[in-house]
Design a protein around this ligand. Structure first.
Ligand code: ZN
Length: 62
């Protein structure tokens, strides 16, 4: 495997999907590549964890 250059869906910046990350994705059973750069992934995670206190709303979001 080699490092891959991907373009973030959210901010259109390029980021590297490293060999190590690809391994990690495979291990987790993810078949698709990440669509967002680490920064956007992180900010999404933070948003989600803030919402996490309102568990009831989760079903509405999906
Ligand atoms: Zn991004």
């Amino acid at each position: 495997m080699t490092d891959k250059n991907l373009v973030c869906k959210d901010c259109d910046s390029q980021f590297v999907f490293t060999e190590g990350e690809q391994e990690f994705f495979k291990e987790k059973g993810f078949e698709s590549e990440p669509e967002r750069c680490p920064a956007c992934r992180k900010s999404r995670k933070e948003k989600r964890s803030k919402r996490g206190s309102k568990e009831k709303n989760r079903n509405k979001l999906r």
